[in-house]
Structures are given as structure tokens and as C-alpha cells.
Write a protein that binds this ligand. Structure first.
Ligand code: PGA
Length: 254
């Protein structure tokens, strides 16, 4: 972490929690993180629970995020949700390009780029996910893959857009697997991403952008990961489904 960047810890609830279960979880989290001010806290429930969770977090220190967003404002796009629909529910963040979307649902950098732009146009901050697979890492392609994803997903963003955007580095082999990237190895990729931002924008912009690490972040490893100079937060899956544990991760960022 770096004191110039406000840490951001986001919980990606994936396809877990009915609306009733989501209310119980967010209420428990609210109690756990009462008084936490120096960390931006975001929860990303499934679409069906956004409205219910939105009501619970209003005026508090927990912000609402969505797990995806479509680029059109409306239309014949069965199964998709638009940015104005999310904005109406006070959604402030949207994950785009999560590895599960890329791997299981065929999302591409070009689509991720359109989703990020639609979010920004509606005052929703995109959390743009990038990361290599195990096969790519083993073939020594990590840097090339991450460079391609960062460049493609952020194409055409202005400096102001970039300042509203969060990047999440999530090595696919560490996501939902219980395996975490060694902190120094994660730091190396975070530093590369920041260099790419310097090249695409400029140093002052790159210095302000927050880059989260994601992939089996838990209370036990959060402190060390967040202690790396270019790791500015975490995108947490499994461990965000437990209010106490997620709160411990949040407090590790203070
Ligand atoms: P995990 O998921 O923390 O369960 O590995 C992270 C993510 O997929 O965003």
C-alpha cells in the first residue's frame, strides 16, 4: 500500500446468497466494520440482491458494487443488466472482465472495454480484472498476457476515466482455488501494471490508480499482500462470504 492511495477492499459474492441471505450477511458486516473510515469497503452481491443490500448500506461506510454491467443502456440483450439500471440502485462500482466471465462466458478485452466505458459514463467505477492462467504462467507469458489485457480493456479511457477506474490483478490459478500468489510475485505484476499505466497515461495518473490483488485472499494472508508497495487493496471471493473474516481483511488494510 501507499499512503497516497486509499485502500479498497471489495467482496465478490459471485453466485451466492439469495436476497434474504444477502441482507443477513451485509447487516453482520455492517456491525463488524462500524467505525472503519480509512478503507473503502465494497460488496458485490448478485444482481437479484442489489436492491435489498442497497437499502441496508445507505448512508454507511459500505458501498455497493455489481458483478458485471452491459455496455448498452437498454435493448434486446437477454440476461444482461445496464449501467442506468444499476445506477438507480445506488451501485457505485462494477466488476468487469472477471476471469470467470472471460473463461466461462467468452468475454473479451473489447467487450470488457465497452463495459468499463458504459460504467464510467454512468458514474459507476469499473473494477477491471486481469490475470494469467496457470498454463500461461508456466509458459512464461504472464507479462504479455497482462499487458494485452490491460491495454485492450482500458483502450480509449481518458486520464479522468482512469482515475475513477480500479484494476484487479487476479491470477486465474489463484482464484477460487485456495492458492495465493506469493506476495513478491504479485507485487511484480502490480508494478508492471503501474508501468503500463505510466506509458498509457502519465506518472501522476499511474501513481493515483488503485490496483487490487485477488485470488484466495484470507485473513491469514491479507496483511502481507497489502504490505506490498503496489498492492492497494483486495478483491475477495470466498472469504467475503463470512462477515467476521471479511472484516479482518478490511482491518488488515488500515
Ligand atoms: P477467491 O475469489 O477470493 O475466492 O479466490 C476472488 C475472485 O474471484 O474475485
Amino acid at each position: 500500500m501507499n499512503s497516497n492511495r486509499r485502500p479498497i477492499i471489495a467482496g465478490n459474492w459471485k453466485m451466492y446468497k439469495t436476497a434474504a441471505e444477502a441482507i443477513a450477511l451485509v447487516k453482520a458486516l455492517k456491525r463488524e466494520v462500524e467505525g472503519v473510515k480509512d478503507v473503502e469497503i465494497v460488496v458485490c452481491p448478485p444482481f437479484t440482491a442489489l436492491s435489498a443490500v442497497s437499502a441496508v448500506v445507505q448512508n454507511g461506510n459500505i458501498k455497493l458494487g455489481a458483478q458485471n454491467v452491459h455496455w448498452e443502456k437498454e435493448g434486446a440483450f437477454t440476461g444482461e443488466i445496464s449501467a442506468p439500471m444499476l445506477k438507480e440502485l445506488f451501485v457505485r462500482y462494477a466488476i468487469v472482465g472477471h476471469s470467470e466471465r472471460r473463461q466461462l462466458f467468452g468475454e473479451t478485452d473489447a467487450g470488457v472495454n465497452k463495459r468499463a466505458k458504459a460504467a464510467l459514463a454512468n458514474e459507476i467505477r469499473p473494477i477491471v480484472c486481469v490475470g494469467e492462467t496457470l498454463a500461461q504462467r508456466e509458459k512464461g507469458q504472464t507479462k504479455t498476457v497482462v499487458r494485452e489485457q490491460v491495454t485492450g480493456s482500458l483502450a480509449g479511457l481518458s486520464k479522468d476515466d482512469m482515475l475513477e477506474t480500479v484494476i484487479a490483478y487476479e491470477p486465474v490459478w489463484a482464484t477460487g482455488t485456495g492458492k495465493t500468489a506469493p506476495p513478491a510475485q504479485a507485487q511484480e505484476v502490480h508494478a508492471l501494471i503501474r508501468e503500463l499505466l505510466v506509458a498509457a497515461f502519465d506518472q501522476p495518473t499511474a501513481d493515483k490508480v488503485r490496483i487490487q490483488y485477488g485470488g484466495s485472499v484470507k485473513p491469514a494472508n491479507a496483511k502481507e499482500l497489502l504490505g506490498q508497495p503496489d498492492i492497494d487493496g483486495a478483491l475477495v471471493g470466498g472469504a467475503s462470504l463470512d462477515a467476521r473474516g471479511f472484516a479482518e481483511i478490511i482491518k488488515a488494510a488500515v
